[in-house]
Unconditional design. Structure first.
Length: 252
């Protein structure tokens, strides 16, 4: 804290601290601890983005699937049911509220201009913002299925080799889409609906859930996508066959 405060004291400009890990911590306590190290009085604003709940859940699941150190092996439905409460925003806001620090929420949607809207909120003029290049990093449904299938392999070196081979398939990156089944979605919706109302009441942000016709029936892949997985797995003997057998459960 001393080092951070010393660095921040060297400027009279606004100071932005950004960390995705903070949403699971006591941010109010962090802000107060930092303020205690300053001699000057500062105006503090805690700013967070609100992403539609199912979209946030899918993105969070996808991110965990990409991180090998996490080794997420739960199916999307199980993940959604077990972590629905953590995806809601009301608990986060209530942890911040008593500290007396200004709390602001921005709607993540529409995501196409999210970066520009964020930068203008923190003080940049439109003519100061360069063209923003968005890079898609999410696993496609095919890669999600392939990842889950690889967790069936017992040997870690073989899992690594399979992952490397599978990442060379065509179209490994794509939007997650709606990867949850109707029963799990209905269970999670009981919490999400109340949280949407909270965001509307507190911040005038309305997050529209995906319509029923856009939800589908969970994580699924087509026969062509399954064929891509099988083509890679055939070179890995019994381990590859285990991947094929597991992936076949997701073919629509």
């Amino acid at each position: 804290m001393d080092s951070l405060a010393a660095e921040c004291s060297q400027t009279d400009k606004d100071i932005l601290l950004s960390c995705e890990l903070l949403d699971s911590k006591d941010i109010g306590a962090f802000a107060q601890a930092l303020l205690d190290h300053f001699n000057a009085t500062l105006d503090v604003e805690i700013l967070f983005a609100c992403r539609e709940h199912f979209s946030r859940a899918a993105s969070w699941y996808n991110n965990r699937a990409r991180l090998r150190k996490v080794n997420e092996c739960r199916l999307p439905d199980q993940f959604l049911i077990e972590r629905a409460a953590d995806i809601c925003y009301a608990p986060l806001v209530r942890r911040l509220g008593p500290r007396g620090v200004e709390i602001t929420a921005l709607n993540y949607h529409p995501s196409a201009d999210w970066v520009e809207r964020f930068l203008t909120h923190i003080g940049f003029a439109r003519d100061q913002i360069p063209a923003i290049k968005n890079e898609l990093i999410s696993f496609s449904p095919k890669m999600l299925v392939a990842h889950l299938a690889v967790t069936e392999v017992q040997s870690e070196p073989r899992r690594r080799a399979l992952r490397r081979a599978l990442t060379r398939m065509a179209a490994p990156r794509a939007p997650s889409g709606f990867i949850f089944g109707p029963e799990a979605a209905e269970i999670a919706e009981q919490q999400f609906a109340a949280d949407r109302q909270f965001l509307k009441d507190e911040f005038a942000i309305e997050l529209a859930p995906p319509p029923a016709e856009a939800r589908g029936s969970g994580l699924r892949i087509g026969r062509d996508e399954f064929a891509d997985i099988a083509a890679v797995a055939k070179d890995f003997g019994t381990d590859g066959q285990a991947v094929v057998d597991f992936a076949s459960k997701f073919v629509r």
